[in-house]
Ligand binder design. Sequence first.
Ligand SMILES: Cc1cc2nc3c(=O)[nH]c(=O)nc-3n(C[C@H](O)[C@H](O)[C@H](O)COP(=O)(O)OP(=O)(O)OC[C@H]3O[C@@H](n4cnc5c(N)ncnc54)[C@H](O)[C@@H]3O)c2cc1C
Length: 398
Amino acid sequence: MKKVMVIGGGYGGLRAIETLYKYEDIAITLIDKNPYHYLQTEAYGYIAGRFDVHEVAIDLKNWCEGFKDRVTFIHKEATSVNFEEKIVYLDDNELSYDYLIIATGAKTHFFSFIKGLRENSYGVKNLQRAHNFRVEFEDLIYKKLRHEEGYQEGELNIAVGGAGLSGVEVAAEMAYVLETYSKTIGDTAKEIHIYLIDASDTILPGMGKYSIEKTKKRLESLGVKILTGAFINSVDGSHIYFKNGEKIPYSFMIFTGGIKAAELNDSVKNEKNSINQLIASPELNIQDHEEVFAIGDCVQIKDSEENILPPTAQVAEKSAEYVAKTIRQRIDGVESQAFDADVQGIFIALGGKYAVGEMFKYIKVKGYIAYLLKKAITHAYYLGLRFRINTGFKNRIR
Ligand SMILES: Cc1cc2nc3c(=O)[nH]c(=O)nc-3n(C[C@H](O)[C@H](O)[C@H](O)COP(=O)(O)OP(=O)(O)OC[C@H]3O[C@@H](n4cnc5c(N)ncnc54)[C@H](O)[C@@H]3O)c2cc1C
């Protein structure tokens, strides 16, 4: 039996386990500092109150039980790794491996050059912060509904800093919810404005022209105020201050403007880029260690034309499948090919039953059809998780 250890139960870690499970001579251990898998891609709906917590988080112990004793779950933080000795350190224990997959993802990068950003904004890459924002957002709407005196009277702003994929989705869903609520709870909901702010001269920097144009149109129709080319200088408890001297008042702020690879990379002796992602070989190995792989957001991944790919669940899952198969080849002494992410496109949820997407470079869709396609992808993913959980429960009953 070969021991494969996976650190991180995110999109990459879970897909790696699903693929490795096919090989019966492999024993798998999953380590995660959280007891749940967080479906970050659904965070926009959770924040806006459209999804419940059970739709964005899955218990990892129950999920692992769906593999009939083949996968052991350890709810601990991995603190460091000794590659020479092939040992992963937890705060109170150490575990040995034959093959290691680092899948620790990334966290929000609250840029230190923006004074007050960390103290005054929420991130969405962690369930707790997303949950805190959801509570604030719900509370705000509740108080508006009650016309509560002395609290946030009149016009107020919610700011989303960063107009990449996650920022755009969060802004659109909140604006959609407010627009819908204004019909039921009254016009006070219209007093809440959503600002989407980015330093680039466009929203969705790096994405296709079609997605950018259609997304902008949709956001504007939902009343989102888009500020591009807007450099945030500092944030205090009441205002966002821009480099050009302007400022806007705000009540709550979400920051989605950047990511940084998770802390475990700090203890890993390997070349890293400016956002702490590991620089791996074409086979996604870390330097000098053919038995150690890195996948997903914690590693810098390039396409066949050497462009750095944006970190997405899709790339995390593809790199996971590749690495699981490569481990099989290494065990069998078979040579492996370099990883090719071959990204097939992306769908952007834009509030309610509306999305925009581009697939295989040529297919471009928007509106309800794009929403149905996005929903089908996310639903299939969720059903896969539920399948494992249900299998685990059946095993327990026996
Ligand atoms: C709002 C939002 C919308 C998005 N929409 C899309 C989308 O539509 N399509 C898309 O493809 N992507 C989307 N993404 C991006 C996508 O969610 C990420 O790229 C993806 O989660 C990366 O997967 P991962 O497995 O690398 O890391 P993660 O999913 O972040 O998982 C990392 C795991 O590692 C664990 N961990 C970290 N450090 C340690 C440690 N030291 N010890 C133990 N465990 C540890 C964490 O607890 C976590 O469970 C979106 C992201 C956000 C925030």
